[in-house]
Design a protein around this ligand. Structure first.
Ligand code: URA
Length: 209
């Protein structure tokens, strides 16, 4: 699919298997979500612009690259995105955070907003939106709509797992927003869960069920 990158790295695929396994403990699930997000962060930031700066090593003066431009923003969709944001911050500790509070109405499967806060100048920054599960796409589309309303124009979406219909829906609604995922599953069940998926990422992270 155009605009969808599946991260095939063996470490990512190995960790995704741990996440899919229903016997994985909450403690391990939480740790592996964080580690996988760190690896996905490495991929999604692969083309960030750099500039050469003059520094001195203990041996000699030299020029060396640093990331240029404004610090990026990580935008977790609450609550399941929070643990992914931690994993990304492990790699990009100076990133800013935007919080997008959306929940999925269990009957309509539509996204309902309950919290929204972004850095003031987020319009001038690259925003990486994170949510472990891109299922129907409704929540992701609503989050991207809301961020665009707030002026954001440069976004990337990162998830652990996408459904094919969900990824297609997001790409159709926001063709300017590329997606990164560790895998794409073909189906959703009647409750909007990804099949085979990994279950409810929020509940498995926070031990709420
Ligand atoms: N949200 C989840 O946590 N899991 C799914 O499979 C779908 C949505």
């Amino acid at each position: 699919m155009d605009g969808l990158t599946i991260v095939q790295h063996p470490l990512v695929q190995h960790k995704l298997t741990i996440l899919r396994d229903r016997n994985t403990s909450i403690q391990l699930f939480r740790a592996v979500v964080r580690e996988t997000a760190t690896l996905l962060c490495y991929e999604v930031t692969r083309d960030l612009p750099t500039e050469r700066v003059r520094i001195e090593t203990p041996i000699a003066a030299t020029e060396s690259p640093t990331i240029s431009g404004k610090k990026l923003v990580i935008a977790p969709i609450l609550r399941a995105g929070l643990q992914m944001a931690e994993g990304m911050l492990d790699l990009v500790p100076s990133a800013r955070l935007a919080h997008v509070g959306l929940y999925r109405d269990p009957l309509t499967l539509q996204a309902v907003e309950y919290y929204f806060k972004t850095p003031e100048d987020c319009a001038e920054r690259l925003v990486i939106v994170v949510d472990p599960m891109l299922a129907t796409g409704c929540t992701a589309i609503a989050a991207l709509d809301r961020l665009k309303e707030a002026g954001v124009c440069d976004m990337r979406f990162v998830c652990l797992l996408a459904s094919r219909p969900g990824a297609e829906a997001v790409r159709a609604a926001h063709p300017d927003v590329p997606i990164w995922a560790a895998a794409v599953d073909q189906e959703l069940n009647d409750h909007g869960y990804i099949v085979p998926g990994l279950g409810d990422a929020g509940d498995r992270t926070y031990g709420t069920r």
